[in-house]
Write a protein that binds this ligand. Structure first.
Ligand code: F0G
Length: 467
């Protein structure tokens, strides 16, 4: 079937993702069509309706990461009702393998929803999408040469619709929020989550309330949250305090929390790992460098690599190397000290405001992920972050925000310590775009040179008056 054969009902924005069965029909859903509506949802064919009649089984479960207790996925839940630990979505791998093999998913464009058989939203869910994912995996030959590496790649997730990886989680999170019948969504944020949530709440017609730490959010992110119409609350405190306020009040105020403690956010974010494997020709890299703030994205990547390998879609999995800023490094501290419990940093501080977090809500998930992968977490200084940020911008054309350069900074530090196989495939994750934080960028560059509007003035600057 051709894309043009699919009739697009203009007034609907439904993406039916219930292609969960082993029904085995040729998959006409692989044909994506962009909806003309500003809401930018994808429309798929009616294929799934046929499948629903056949009574496909529900292939996902939500369980506590510690005690394993199963939780109802049709209600908002962020922590285990028995032991208070984090929740995660688990997938019936056998059933998923079958669904995937019959889906023809490889013919779809690279994007979050390319992998919809592996994303736990219900049958007939209305999906809210802005073409997230499908971000470039940039081969960084110039930096590789300078560092003496054979193969270095940067997964530039700053090219997502709102300029950060958060959009991967948010398209799934908002889809879920709607599915659960919620009208208001909320988060605490160092900036990017609030920008992304505000945009996705907008396309879903939902109310959005974001809490940000006063004076510590980069200008571009604040502008986004405000422009997309969120109610922005500036908290006289840090991110950790703002998140605690959100968690304590959301039930009472009827707000759905879309911080990364929400397991569905992670399910969207794991698709970045699928993409990396697909972009590398079906093989996982040997090392994955990734910044760690609240700990969600590193856990999501690891979940993605493991699932994709278990599903037979990729070979191997990387050692995950989590990178934190020196002034906000409670997870890296655990690795250095060999401790089992996280000791929160009371007054976290770093130029990379996105990862200015002292009490990461997902610490258990990320520590487990990093350990299971055979990796570790370490720190970089603000100077090292800024140097890596400039290097990426000047040598590879990648303008990342400071947190989005922390991964490369971590790699450079490891190379100095001699702790890496230089001939291996290495991927650094760049999580957010540099335009989000123009102040930090301008602050570390030479000021523009002032000139009168004349050719003579230009000549003088270029030649230094030597001619
Ligand atoms: N990089 C960027 C650009 C971020 O915005 C964040 C987190 C991280 C890395 C760390 O990811 O928390 O999953 O370990 N930003 C959140 C926010 C906290 O509110 O925007 P993580």
């Amino acid at each position: 079937m051709q894309c043009s054969d699919i009739k697009l009902p203009r007034e609907t924005m439904r993406l039916d993702i219930s292609v969960q069965s082993a029904a085995g029909q040729t998959d006409d859903t692989q044909c994506l069509e962009r909806h003309p509506d500003v809401r930018r949802a994808y429309i798929f064919s009616n294929h799934s309706r046929r499948i629903r009649r056949e009574g496909a089984m529900e292939p996902f479960q939500m369980r506590c990461i510690e005690c394993g207790k199963a939780h109802d996925m049709t209600r908002p839940a962020y922590a285990c009702s028995s032991c208070g630990n984090l929740l995660e979505v688990r997938m019936d791998l056998k059933a998923a393998k079958e669904r995937l093999s019959k889906s023809g998913f490889r013919k779809r464009p690279l994007s979050v929803w390319r992998y919809r058989e592996l994303i736990p939203v219900g049958k007939g869910a209305q999906v809210f999408s802005m073409s997230e994912g499908g971000t470039p995996l940039v081969r960084c030959s110039r930096i590789a040469e300078q560092l003496g590496l054979k193969s270095l790649w940067i997964k530039f997730d700053g090219t997502n619709p709102t300029g950060s990886f958060k959009d991967r989680g948010m398209t799934v999170g908002i889809t879920k929020a709607k599915e659960l019948g919620m009208n208001t969504v909320t988060c605490a944020s160092t900036g990017n989550t609030s920008a992304s949530l505000a945009a996705y709440a907008g396309i879903a017609g939902m109310k959005c309330v974001v809490l940000i730490p006063e004076g510590k959010v980069a200008l571009g992110k604040l502008a986004q949250a405000m422009m997309h119409g969120a109610t922005v609350i500036s908290v006289k405190g840090n991110f950790d305090q703002a998140l605690s306020m959100v968690m304590k009040s959301s039930d009472k105020l009827g707000m759905y929390v879309l911080n990364s403690v929400n397991p569905f956010r992670i399910e969207g974010q794991k698709t970045a790992a699928f993409e990396v494997c697909d972009q590398l020709g079906g093989v996982a890299p040997k090392y994955l460098y990734i910044p760690v703030g609240n700990g969600g994205n590193s856990a999501a990547y690891w979940k993605g690599f493991k699932e994709y390998e278990s599903l037979g879609q990729s070979e191997g999995h990387p050692k995950v190397r989590g990178v934190q800023a020196e002034g906000a490094a409670p997870v890296a501290d655990m690795f250095t000290k060999g401790s089992k419990e996280l000791v929160p940093v009371k007054k976290p501080d770093t130029v990379a405001t996105a990862i200015r977090i002292g009490n990461p809500a997902n610490w258990k998930k990320t520590v487990r992920a990093i350990k299971e992968s055979g990796g570790y977490a370490s720190t970089v200084s603000d100077e090292e972050i800024l140097a890596a940020q400039k290097m990426m911008a000047r040598m590879e054309g990648i303008f990342a925000e400071p947190a989005g350069a922390a991964a490369l900074a971590g790699l450079i530090k490891d190379l100095e310590l001699g702790d890496i196989d230089r001939s291996a495939e290495i991927v650094c994750v760049s999580t957010g775009h540099g335009l989000k934080d123009p102040d930090t960028a301008i602050g570390q560059c030479e000021k523009p040179k002032a000139a009168e509007a004349s050719v003579g003035a230009l000549e003088k600057i270029i030649t230094g008056g030597r001619r």
